[in-house]
Design a binder for this molecule. Structure first.
Ligand SMILES: O=P(O)(O)OC[C@H]1O[C@@H](O)[C@H](O)[C@@H](O)[C@@H]1O
Length: 292
């Protein structure tokens, strides 16, 4: 367990728990790249055209967006920590729940963001679940505002995928000049490009497709972003195979509206937890015999 270096500027961190679940992170951005619960395939989408590279967020996994979500401010899109080198601050632990802690601080700041902070990402891998907790500490002498997201790309079969839990929530539609709408239906299907910030969402969303149901749980983050580039934008991105828009959907735990105000000396925490509830085990004793 621990850090595997692949070349001088790329480092991967592997977590494995006693049940055999596995997760892989890159120190570039402390970005989750893969989550394979024991006996299941990878639940995380990662573009084959976008390997972890210094200074660039991979297209997939979970980029950490901080201190700015998207282009809602003067900083680079989604802030600068997703492209920064993070450090592993403690040995990776294993056991029933494996844990790793990654850290980056204001040394990674763009010159335009003059605030002292320390960010920690705590990753915990349990049987059938993976939790990412973002801790943002203000280590300076004055308060600041930030927006943030854990920008998770879930691997799904988009044509059969439905997202439950957002009915009645208000959202800002990034494809319609941030117009406010309210989600009318119980099951949200992705039929093309979608880019919405849902406000004040419930703590549990459920995403199912023909293969499985996943639960996406969040705390601390008030909003959830649903993003898929659709076929036309996917073809323009250049870092994902165009047809892959049908293999992923981003469900992002986000703190966007309003921004978080963090006074000096305080720490904010937000988490996203991905769960793959166990499928009922096949029990031959329960099979009703024909004619019984
Ligand atoms: O291509 P990027 O910078 O990783 O961003 C991907 C998408 O991320 C989403 O969170 C935004 O809402 C979208 O507007 C954006 O296109």
């Amino acid at each position: 367990m621990g850090t595997q270096s692949a070349g001088t500027d790329r480092a991967l961190v592997a977590l494995r728990n006693a049940a055999g679940d596995q997760a892989i992170f890159s120190l570039h951005g402390a970005q989750l790249l893969s989550w394979k619960p024991a006996g299941a395939g990878d639940q995380i989408y990662l573009s084959a055209l976008s390997p972890p590279t210094p200074g660039k967020a991979a297209r997939g996994g979970t980029p950490v967006c901080f201190p700015q979500f998207a282009e809602r401010g003067p900083l680079p899109k989604h802030g600068f920590v997703r492209t920064a080198r993070w450090e592993l601050v403690a040995p990776v632990s294993s056991g029933a729940v494996a844990e790793a802690r990654f850290q980056v601080d204001s040394g990674a700041s763009a010159p335009r963001w003059d605030h002292a902070f320390c960010l920690v990402l705590v990753a915990r891998l349990g049987p059938g679940w993976l939790e990412l907790q973002l801790q943002a500490a203000n280590t300076g002498r004055s308060g600041f505002d930030f927006t943030a997201a854990l920008h998770t790309y879930l691997a799904v079969d988009v044509p059969t995928a439905r997202l439950h839990g957002l009915q009645g929530c208000e959202y800002e539609d990034n494809l319609a000049a941030l117009r406010r709408e309210r989600e009318p239906g119980a099951a949200l299907a992705v039929t093309g490009e979608i880019d919405r910030v849902y406000l004040q969402v419930p703590p549990v969303l459920r995403l199912h497709d023909a293969a499985a149901e996943r639960r996406v749980v969040q705390q601390g983050f008030t909003d959830a972003v649903v993003w898929n580039p659709g076929p036309a934008k996917a073809a323009q991105l250049g870092d994902m195979p165009p047809a892959d828009w049908e293999r992923m959907v981003c469900i992002e735990a986000a703190a966007v509206l309003p921004p978080v105000h963090l006074p000096p000396g305080k720490t904010w925490r937000g988490l996203q937890r991905l769960e793959l509830p166990q499928l009922p085990q096949f029990d031959p004793a329960q099979v009703t015999q024909a004619g019984a």
